[in-house]
Design a protein around this ligand. Structure first.
Ligand code: UGA
Length: 433
């Protein structure tokens, strides 16, 4: 059992901290946001919506393996490992903002009075961990080993992804791997491969993986455009491609474009890293560009169904189902573009409304009931693949909508049932009917 401090209680920090406790370690999660920590300590509020997380926090707290604190000063000198899992957003110029990482490093230097392992789980540009190692060597009189250990969990599946990952990547120059072996012993016992490499390689694996997955999504979206025009069946295209084991079916679901806090940011950060080192990455550039253009194309198609004074409903605001996160959500981009073009937009989402309000303010009308959201609208756009939208009742929709138009960006509706009810149906990757 190791003693671990996790700095940052966002998706990566809170899930990792809780899951390391679940693996048997003794964990304290630290965050400067006192109200967040109070809520977690009292068990009244888990700050993110993530399947199974509430239960795991509760059970590990009651076993005494998981605690929370507002700063590291009282816990760091009782720890073997400090994990940094704070945000690395892009700034206005599209460059990585290191403020949170730098604050963590300064705090560790100020408070650590023993040798430590510092694990970087935040996604940081290639070369960052080597620079942090130099900084610790210069500023601390203790031996602080910096280890790059990128995280590959998906929001919505985060707990499962953490507890049974495809791989664990460790970037370090450690001669002695005992602590890391102990940290991940439970997972390696379950057959998970622990890949040891250097820090630069570990950082590169993270960016290359996210950019590659983003490429699959952007690629199938372009093929979906072609399929739509030519009368193909995009599901069969994805299936047919995926049957080739070298390609694989995963991440070939056509949709409104990739969003979230990772793919858009990480593809850009990879391009920047290339620029910084004089290496052009035209393919990665194209992934980003293709995705950024997608919501404009979608709005063009919506406009073919409506007149300028028509109201439009958008069902689903999060960047995918299973999360309350709306960061870089394609649905939000579509809504923004519709508003910019003067349309009145009514929106619904089972989990994302509070966060969507921070993005969209009062530019749209929000509804808890999806049938109220579609009321009197002339087209209903399904933008997130929530279960709530898989069983939409076409009769009920037809009765309350002004015109019977539906545009399914996630291939979740029962197309035949809608057509039978007199709807004009558009589904991403299919010719409209
Ligand atoms: C992604 C990676 O999948 C994780 O491995 C990684 O750890 C994480 O980023 C991160 O860097 O933190 P996440 O952003 O949670 O995870 O979401 P994904 O499930 O990968 O989906 C990303 C976007 O692509 C979503 O907007 C989703 O709707 C879209 N997508 C995904 C598609 O449109 N089609 C697909 O077939 C798959």
């Amino acid at each position: 059992m190791l003693k671990i401090v996790v700095m940052g209680t966002g998706y990566v920090g809170l899930v990792s901290g809780t899951c390391f406790a679940e693996l048997g370690h003794d964990v304290v999660c630290v965050d400067k946001d006192k109200s967040k920590i109070d809520g977690l300590k009292l068990g009244t509020k888990v700050p993110i919506f993530e399947k199974d997380l509430d239960d795991l926090i509760k059970s590990n707290k009651s076993r005494g393996r998981l605690d929370f604190a507002v700063d590291i000063s009282g816990v760091i000198n009782n720890s073997d490992i400090v994990i940094i899992a704070v945000g690395t957003p892009l700034d206005a110029k599209g460059r990585t903002n290191f403020d949170y990482i730098n604050q963590c490093v300064s705090e560790i230097v100020a408070h650590a009075k023993r040798d430590l392992h510092v694990i970087i789980k935040s996604t940081v540009p290639v070369g960052t961990c080597d620079s942090l190692q130099k900084r610790f060597n210069q500023e601390s009189s203790y031996s602080i080993d910096v280890i790059s250990n990128p995280e590959f969990l998906r929001e919505g599946e985060a707990v499962q992804d953490f507890l049974l990952p495809d791989r664990v990547v460790i970037g370090s120059d450690l001669e002695d791997r005992e602590v890391i072996d102990e940290l991940y012993k439970e997972l390696s016992d379950r057959g998970v491969e622990i890949l040891y490499t250097n820090r630069v390689t570990a950082e590169l694996i993270k960016y290359a993986s996210n950019s590659f997955l983003a490429a699959k999504v952007a690629f199938i979206n372009e093929i979906a455009d072609l399929s739509e025009r030519l009368g193909g069946d995009i599901e069969d295209v994805s299936h047919g491609m995926g049957l080739d084991k070298r390609i694989g079916r995963k991440f070939l679901n056509a949709g409104p474009g990739f969003g979230g806090s990772c793919f858009p940011k990480d593809t850009k950060a990879l391009i920047n890293t290339g620029d910084d080192h004089g290496v052009d990455l035209p393919l990665v550039r194209a992934i980003s560009l293709s995705n950024e253009m997608r919501h404009k194309h979608i709005v063009q198609r919506i406009k073919k169904l409506v007149q300028s004074n028509d109201e439009i409903s958008v069902l689903g605001l999060t960047y995918k189902a299973g999360t309350d996160d709306v960061r870089c959500s394609p649905a939000i981009n579509v809504v923004r573009e519709l508003c910019a073009q003067g349309f009145k937009v009514k929106v619904h989402d089972p989990k994302g409304i509070p966060k969507a309000k921070q993005e969209l303010g009062d530019s749209v009308s929000y509804y808890d009931d999806l049938y109220e959201a579609v009321n009197e609208t002339s087209v209903c756009v399904v933008a997130t693949e929530w279960d709530d939208y898989k069983n939409l009742n076409p009769e009920k929709l037809a009765n309350c909508m002004k015109k019977s138009n539906i545009y399914d960006l996630r291939k979740v509706i029962n197309k035949e049932a809608f057509m039978k009810s007199g709807f004009k149906v558009m589904v991403v990757g299919y010719k409209s009917e």
